[in-house]
Design a protein around this ligand. Structure first.
Ligand SMILES: [Zn+2]
Length: 401
């Protein structure tokens, strides 16, 4: 039987284990970085969303594009302007890539159009009519993409994340069509379009207070339910799944990619839709808290789907540096001491030896099918705690301490 002392030490050991496990980054940790203040700053201060602003064509449209480009770059994304032709002139999608570290060929896209329109643009030709501020449609979605990029670029993922601000959505999805044409052979595993995510005229206790719409175009893949689940878990928002075929998810769906549109519940009764009054200055209109929660759901989905790499600190022998010695220790942890020792720990050739190399090395040894990365995600302090607990229990059983 265990003595009281045994129980006390075992409980302390278990607490130590939990403390060590808690030090590994979880999806909730990533979601918790989503910040309403940053989201609001993007939407109010950087994307030309005030009364009189105009992001359809012209100076403010181009300044918004340049801000998005510079912001992606500042987060360390591989950022490019991808040109395409519409109405005999050149327009640009802004594309920021956060390369995956294990399966970089697998791609998850989150995009939003940064062009605006207004209620009076029947002809849709450049310069024909002035544009609207487009605060909800669709600076709200762009701000969500920017905030997702800020938060997700701070972590490493097995698969690649691509952040896109599309141009010329309002004239007929020209930007997203051009992107899909250029990237038709990419292995896009999921695409989410954020288009109008901030109009939310409901208060606590009213119906639809915590609701949004998740639309597929033609193919209702598992993406819609997975996104709805993430919205619920990480944003406390219920996603009503339905079908709608008029936003930037459509060209992706047409190409055979899993794609979905996330949009505010009240989109069909938005009084400022495609009007001059679609502005952050319109009273009781933009709900920043709701839009931030929508962003939390998207970040939760992407972190889950792209698989966060959560053990970058892989100093398994605890000598203060991560190198190939740690790979040997790690290998021994699998009971494969006779396996092939790596010549260099830098398996991905990025000049750093870190957790990314462990994942690649794991794949090279064919361990992935039998031991998922979760089984090796326990950091060294947690393993030590496990050892301590095991010794205490053994000691208690055999020595009757
Ligand atoms: Zn729109």
């Amino acid at each position: 039987m265990f003595s009281h002392r045994c129980w006390l030490i075992a409980v302390l050991g278990i607490l130590l284990l939990f403390a060590a496990a808690a030090s590994a980054e979880s999806i909730q940790d990533i979601v918790d970085r989503v910040n309403q203040t940053t989201y609001t700053s993007f939407l109010e201060d950087q994307l030309y969303t005030h009364l009189g602003d105009d992001r359809k064509y012209g100076a403010e449209h181009d300044l918004a594009r340049d801000f998005i480009f510079g912001t992606f770059e500042s987060y360390g994304l591989s950022t490019t302007l991808e040109p395409f032709t519409y109405a005999s002139s050149t327009h640009h999608n802004v594309v920021g890539i956060h390369l995956g570290t294990v399966t970089p060929e697998r791609i998850y896209v989150v995009g939003a159009h940064y062009d605006s329109t207004n209620s009076n643009d029947a002809g849709n030709d450049p310069g024909e009519t002035p544009g609207a501020p487009g605060a909800d449609d669709n600076a709200s979605g762009v701000a969500g993409v920017l905030e997702a990029a800020r938060v997700l670029s701070q972590s490493q993922f097995e698969s690649t994340l691509v952040f896109i601000a599309f141009d010329r959505e309002e004239q007929g999805l020209y930007g997203s069509k051009a992107y899909v044409n250029t990237h038709s052979t990419d292995d896009v595993r999921g695409m989410i379009s954020l288009d109008m995510i901030a109009y939310h005229p409901y208060s606590t206790g009213e119906s639809h207070y915590r609701e949004a719409r998740v639309y597929y175009s033609s193919d209702n893949s598992t993406l819609t339910s997975e996104l709805a689940d993430a919205l619920d878990t990480f944003g406390n928002i219920s996603g009503m799944i339905g079908q709608f075929g008029s936003s930037d998810h459509v060209p992706f769906d047409n190409q055979g990619f899993n794609a979905a549109l996330l949009i505010e519940y009240a989109v069909w009764s938005n009084p400022n839709y495609h009007r001059w009054s679609d502005s952050v200055d319109t009273q009781n209109y933009i709900d920043y808290a709701y839009a931030t929660d929508m962003t939390r759901g998207v970040v939760g989905y992407l972190s889950t789907a792209a698989v966060v790499v959560s053990f970058l600190d892989s100093d398994f022998n605890q000598d203060g540096t991560v190198n190939s010695d740690d790979l040997l220790v790690w290998q021994a942890g699998f009971g494969i001491e006779n396996g092939v020792a790596p010549v260099s720990g830098d398996a991905n050739g990025d000049t750093n030896v870190d957790g990314h190399d462990f994942l690649i090395w794991q794949q090279q040894l064919g361990l992935e099918s039998t031991m998922g990365s979760a089984s090796i995600a326990i950091p060294e302090p947690a393993s030590q705690a496990l050892m301590v607990i095991a010794w205490i229990i053994l000691g208690c059983l055999f020595k009757r301490v």
